[in-house]
Write a protein that binds this ligand. Structure first.
Ligand code: NAD
Ligand code: MG
Length: 394
């Protein structure tokens, strides 16, 4: 008897998370089929994915890229419909044809597609943390209003989700929870003398000791702004006040985060640092499927270490707590300034330490707006902050 397979859309399929998602799907072609794949510019990678997964739809950034992809696919007898541009991306996200969508676009560009998934009331697997950080309560309110299912892909948040009491997930009544312990590897510069950090190059910054990831998140991990963004992400995902979210440095990256309960119990989720684990969890939830990741060998690992983060070395974490404290558009400003700063660093227009300086100065200069009730206003605050950050660079 033919069993109906779930149709999955992957937004940002050519990125690090997109590729890992297709890797998990490829092990379970009896359960899942690919409905749509989207990419910005890496057309030859997208073409290989279409040849393997035969999606119904593929979306790229430009008409020129679409023409190349369509010609190459037809030459191989593949009938995938090739579309391009923002409105096609939004349509692919919202399509009633798919059962679940992986949001793996990097940065603010992923916000509107993620909201389109939410408005369609779908299952949304969220890797794109910037979307949630910049829009906070509006994003979560939309999830509730449209009855969407939100599953976190960020390894820490996926771990927290697994360790929280099931009944309380996504509510502010997490019975018995005293604290979230958000673990951080500390990135490549955990113990490098602070005075040496200004000489860090983009190549060094994107060489993460534990995870292979896209360039933006790799730089965020090196500055530890990534952990700052994750504090904000955890606050919105689980309705937990900032004061109950604590960052713990754990260089081995096998505990992906913990939940501390009032009776003294601490629950941790462990595994090798491999994003296919949270991806498989979210794809199959509440079932379990194999992810392709190798199981963790505890005795080979031997030791687990923990230390306190140094907010002077890594001001990004402090700035994120300050943004949560300030509320309103402050996290939007933080995220926008950081995206501009990271890109400027990768383009060698500013130094490594100037990333944080630029974020801090932008946060000081742009006035925080409270009580925003629509996404258009979020986007205009985002643009305002980007312009100010660009002004500082110039
Ligand atoms: P990546 O740079 O490897 O991939 C980004 C993807 O987004 C690509 O497919 C690209 O084509 C697409 N994209 C970029 N700009 C776009 C635009 N303007 N319009 C449409 N598509 C666009 O990034 P990644 O490392 O896979 O990260 C993706 C997201 O997941 C980020 O938000 C990141 O913070 C988050 N995340 C990643 C990891 C990881 O291990 N890589 C872990 C946790 C969270
Ligand atoms: Mg993470």
């Amino acid at each position: 008897m033919a069993v109906s397979r779930q149709k999955i859309t992957v937004l940002g399929s050519t990125g690090s998370i997109g590729v890992s998602t297709l890797d998990v799907i490829s092990i379970h072609q009896d359960r899942y089929q690919v409905y749509a794949l989207t990419a910005n510019s890496r057309v030859s990678e997208l073409q290989r994915q279409c040849e393997k997964f035969h999606p119904e739809i593929a979306v790229v950034g430009t008409a020129a890229a679409a023409a190349v992809l369509e010609r190459n696919l037809r030459a191989k007898g593949i009938q995938t419909q090739v579309l391009y541009g923002r409105s096609s991306l939004m349509a692919a996200a919202a399509s009633s044809q798919s059962d679940a969508v992986m949001c793996a676009i990097v940065g603010a560009a992923g916000l509107e597609p993620a909201l389109a998934v939410i408005k369609a009331g779908k299952k949304l697997m969220l890797a794109n943390k910037e979307a949630l950080v910049m829009s906070g309560h509006l994003f979560i309110e939309a999830v509730h209003r449209y009855g969407a299912t939100l599953l976190p892909i960020d390894s820490e948040h996926n771990a927290i989700f697994q360790c929280l009491p099931r009944a309380g997930r996504y509510s502010s009544h997490l019975q018995g929870v005293s604290k979230i312990l958000l673990t951080a590897s500390g990135g490549p510069f955990l113990h490098r003398p602070v005075e040496m950090l200004e000489h860090v190059t983009p190549e060094e910054a994107i060489a993460h000791p534990k995870w292979v990831m896209g360039r933006k998140i790799s730089v965020d991990s090196a500055t530890m702004m990534n952990k700052g963004l994750e504090v904000i992400e955890a606050h919105w995902l689980f309705g937990i006040p900032a004061g109950q979210i604590e960052v713990v440095i754990h260089p081995q990256s096998v505990i992906h985060s913990m939940v501390s309960y009032i009776d003294g119990s601490i629950l941790a989720q462990m595994g090798n640092p491999d994003m296919r684990i949270p991806i498989a969890h979210a794809l199959a939830y509440p079932d379990r499927i194999s992810s392709g990741a190798s199981p963790l060998d505890l005795t080979a690992l031997g030791t687990l270490q923990f230390e306190e983060p140094d907010f002077n070395r890594f001001p990004g974490i402090r700035l994120a707590y300050e943004a949560l404290e300030a509320g309103g558009s402050a996290p939007t400003i933080l995220n926008a300034a950081n995206e501009v700063a990271v890109q400027a660093f990768l383009d060698r227009r500013i130094g490594f330490r100037q990333i944080e300086t630029l974020v801090e100065r932008t946060m000081e200069k742009v006035a925080v707006v409270q009580g925003i009730s629509d996404i258009g206003s979020i986007l205009s605050e985002d643009h305002k902050a980007r312009a100010v950050a660009e002004g500082f660079i110039a």
